[in-house]
Structures are given as C-alpha cells and as structure tokens.
Design a protein around this ligand. Structure first.
Ligand SMILES: [Zn+2]
Ligand SMILES: [Zn+2]
Length: 246
C-alpha cells in the first residue's frame, strides 16, 4: 500500500512502496561490512523500496524512480521480491500513460527496472530524465536493460534543472557517477544519497556499494548539510518511514 502522502508547495507527494524486504543472498553482507565505521551491530536489514509520485495543482504527474520491476527484472537476482509499482499507482488512481515525467535518480536495478516493460517504455507518454554523467557511464548490460528501450523518450540534463514546473533535479554524484536527487518545495527525494539512518548522524559512514566512496561521502556531507540548514524533509528510497524532517 502507498504510504501517507503530504502536500508541499501545492504538490501532493505520495510515497509508493514498491517492495519491502532484506537484500537477497547474492549481495547480502553484515551491516558492519556494508557500512564500515558505522558501529552497527549485525542485525537484519529490512529495506523499503520507495518511488514517489508528484501531482501538481494542474494535475501534472511526475514519478521519481521506478523500482524493482517484475519477476524477470535485472534486480531479481538480489531484490527481496518483485516490485509492485503498477499496483501502487493503480491504488492512487493513476495509469502508466498518465505519467508525464519520470525521473531516474540513477540506473541501479532497484530504481530503474520498472522503467521498462517487455522491452518497451513502461510509461509511454513520459519523458525520462537522466543526468548526462549517468548516461555516459552506463555499460552494456545497463544500456540494454534500461537505456536503449527508452532512448526515444530520454530527457538528458546536466547538473541542476527544472524538469516539470516546481520540480527540480540536482546533481549528487558518488553513489553512481550521475546520481541525482529531486526537490519539490521543502521535500528532497534523495535516491541513494543515504541508504541507512546511521549516515544521517555521520555522513562519513561509507556504503560498500557506493561506486566512488570518497565522492559519495563528500556529496552526502555537502547535500545533507544544506538540507539540514533549511530543515528540509527527506523522502528516502530505502528507510521504512518515507518522510523524515531534518
Ligand atoms: Zn515503504
Ligand atoms: Zn543505488
């Protein structure tokens, strides 16, 4: 079921809960290894997988991230269960064709797989927003799975951009080369800028699956510092509570 939505600057922000569960055995590691320096004990880590639906006052719909995808998804080798994004959208009365803009924070398989269904764009009327650096770094399997099927609808941006009225993307590299976050009013949808709450207490806590660990720490510290100064609301991909005010 979708989590409770909130209204911010005239935009309704609805967290869609694509899946809940632990990482599969293929990539599961103890928390102390996944987050070196965190001091976390080895306890089960149950992730939520959130996408966010934005509905502005004019009825325009933007989707931030597309989740795990179906049973044959590239994420199926490690994700806990298939994603339920289509059901989550239906639960709030939205059909895929209604979506005008899709923002992919990055091209990891638990954020991008739902962008494509049966080798075709899942959102036939949407522009798909991706950072230039993410596109440039994409390798063969990623290109085949996520980029080639949507290439006719790609909207490539560099750095900061307004992708729909009131909806902005900001470049936040490190987790991947072209990772981006999304802002609407005081809400920041942070993708994989933070994976675990321990990184809010200490942004220097690394994550084993960040592509560039040093850049990720720098970006996390800088972006979280700015968000904390404005007491922004984080909308995270993987925490159990989708919204969290800093
Ligand atoms: Zn959830
Ligand atoms: Zn990721």
């Amino acid at each position: 079921m979708p989590h409770q939505s909130m209204n911010v600057s005239g935009v309704e922000v609805t967290p869609l809960c694509d899946a809940v569960g632990p990482m599969g055995p293929a990539i599961r590691r103890p928390l102390a290894e996944l987050f070196p320096g965190s001091g976390l004990q080895d306890e089960p880590w149950v992730l939520h997988f959130h996408c966010y639906l934005l509905r502005d006052a004019a009825g325009r719909l933007t989707l931030v991230d597309t989740g795990i995808g179906g049973v044959d998804s590239p994420a199926s080798s490690w994700a806990p269960v298939p994603g339920t994004l289509a059901d989550e959208l239906a639960a709030v009365g939205v059909a895929p064709a209604d979506i005008g803009t899709v923002v992919l924070t990055h091209l990891h398989s638990d954020h991008a797989s739902g962008a494509v269904v049966d080798g075709a764009p899942a959102f036939e009327n949407a522009r798909y927003v991706l950072q230039r650096a993410e596109l440039d770094a994409a390798q063969d399997a990623t290109l085949d799975a996520f980029v080639t099927p949507i290439k006719g609808q790609l909207h490539v941006v560099e750095g900061q951009a307004e992708v729909s009225p009131g909806v902005h993307v900001h470049f936040a590299p490190g987790h991947t080369p072209g990772h981006q976050i999304v802002r609407v009013g005081e809400v920041a949808m942070t993708g994989d800028l933070v994976l675990h709450p321990s990184q809010l207490d200490d942004p220097a806590v690394r994550y084993a699956y960040d592509d560039d660990q040093e850049a990720a720490v720098r970006t996390r510290a800088e972006v979280l510092g700015g968000l904390r100064a404005e007491r922004a609301i984080l909308a995270t991909a993987h925490f159990s509570d989708p919204f969290l005010r800093l």
